[in-house]
Design a protein around this ligand. Structure first.
Ligand code: NDP
Length: 296
């Protein structure tokens, strides 16, 4: 079997187009422009690229983008004061603090200072709790993107066996919660899981969020399964820099029913879902109906 390739790039373009359409309507009908504030502390090169891309994508869908670039030595008090100002600013519907923060800053304290209603990354402890108890929350962008692609491919996910490899707070755990919310039978695997291959082989839906290049190989995949590869790993092969996932693409694609490639799978969905979350936050803040198909 050769797997259907789930084209995350095309899917994300479609999500961004839907967001742009909603934004245009909000502006025209209600005079409201959704606004996203992104806070970057320090000079981490990868973070600077992410923030630049987020800014460009926000503008592209017609939203307001508020960028706050602070020096690496910014004090915790100053950062918290900025978050307080953004929380109080009615033009700001979403707030994202780019992680990782410099070592002297307490990420948990900073993230939990964001108004949960504006926490478009879905990392605030209130949103984690709301998601865990099946209530309306802001959902972390990467797992939300995976869920959207899975729903699009399968329709209902009810009753499917889902295995999530990885238990991080930003990907693995919220992914598992979302799959449970869609009535999958969910297993979370991690570095202490015994016989990972056997566990993975039970999965109708296999999500890899590990951070280990090409660790999930075709012999670990159930024939016909849907494989979602969250991993982004930079490796060198044949003297060239290459981006690979946590899944060994060729061997897995030979067995799976459907698979997301790296690049061009989950990655593009993350920013698209950040925009979707900002739109959702804006609609909620204004007591308007949430955009259909763009939330969990
Ligand atoms: P973390 O490092 O926070 O978590 C990795 C998880 O993988 C841990 O739970 C760890 O288990 C588990 N793990 C490590 N080694 C093994 C192993 N040998 N067998 C089974 N499980 C193992 O990573 P993240 O969740 O932040 O990210 C995972 C991947 O997703 C990375 O490649 C990252 O770059 C990518 N990513 C991609 C995004 C996108 O937009 N596409 C967004 C975010 C992340 P344990 O808890 O036991 O240590």
């Amino acid at each position: 079997m050769t797997a259907k390739v789930i084209d995350g790039k095309a899917f994300a373009a479609n999500v961004r187009a839907q967001v742009a359409e909603h934004v245009a309507k909000l502006k025209a009908d209600k005079g409201i422009t959704p606004g996203l504030a992104v806070v970057l502390v320090g000079e981490d090169p990868a973070s600077k690229v992410y923030v630049k891309n987020k800014h460009a994508s926000t503008i592209e869908v017609g939203m307001e983008s508020f960028e706050h670039r602070l020096p690496a030595e910014t004090s915790e008090a100053d950062l918290l004061a900025l978050i307080d100002r953004l929380n109080a600013d009615p033009a700001v519907h979403g707030i994202l603090v780019q992680l990782p923060l410099p070592k002297h800053l307490d990420s948990e304290l900073v993230i939990n200072r964001i108004d949960p209603a504006k926490d478009v990354d879905g990392f605030h402890i209130s949103n984690v709790g709301l998601l865990g108890t099946g209530q309306k929350s802001m959902v972390p962008c990467t797992p939300l993107g995976c869920l959207m692609m899975l729903r699009d491919h399968h329709g209902s996910l009810a009753g499917m066996n889902a295995v999530v490899v990885g238990r991080s707070n930003i990907v693995g755990k919220p992914m598992a919660q979302l799959l449970l919310g869609d009535s999958c039978t969910v297993t979370i695997a991690h570095s202490r899981t015994k016989d990972l291959a056997e566990v993975c082989k039970r999965a109708d839906i296999l999500v890899a969020a590990v951070g280990r290049p090409e660790m999930i190989t075709g012999d670990m995949v159930k024939p016909g399964a849907t494989v979602i590869d969250v991993g982004i790993n930079r490796i060198e092969r044949d003297g060239k820099a290459k981006l690979v996932g946590d899944v060994h693409y060729d061997s897995a694609a030979a067995v799976a029913g459907a698979i997301t490639p790296v690049p061009g799978g989950v990655g593009p969905m993350t920013i698209a879902c950040l925009l979707a979350n900002t739109l959702t936050a804006c609609c909620r803040a204004n007591g308007l109906a949430e955009p259909k198909g763009l939330t969990a």
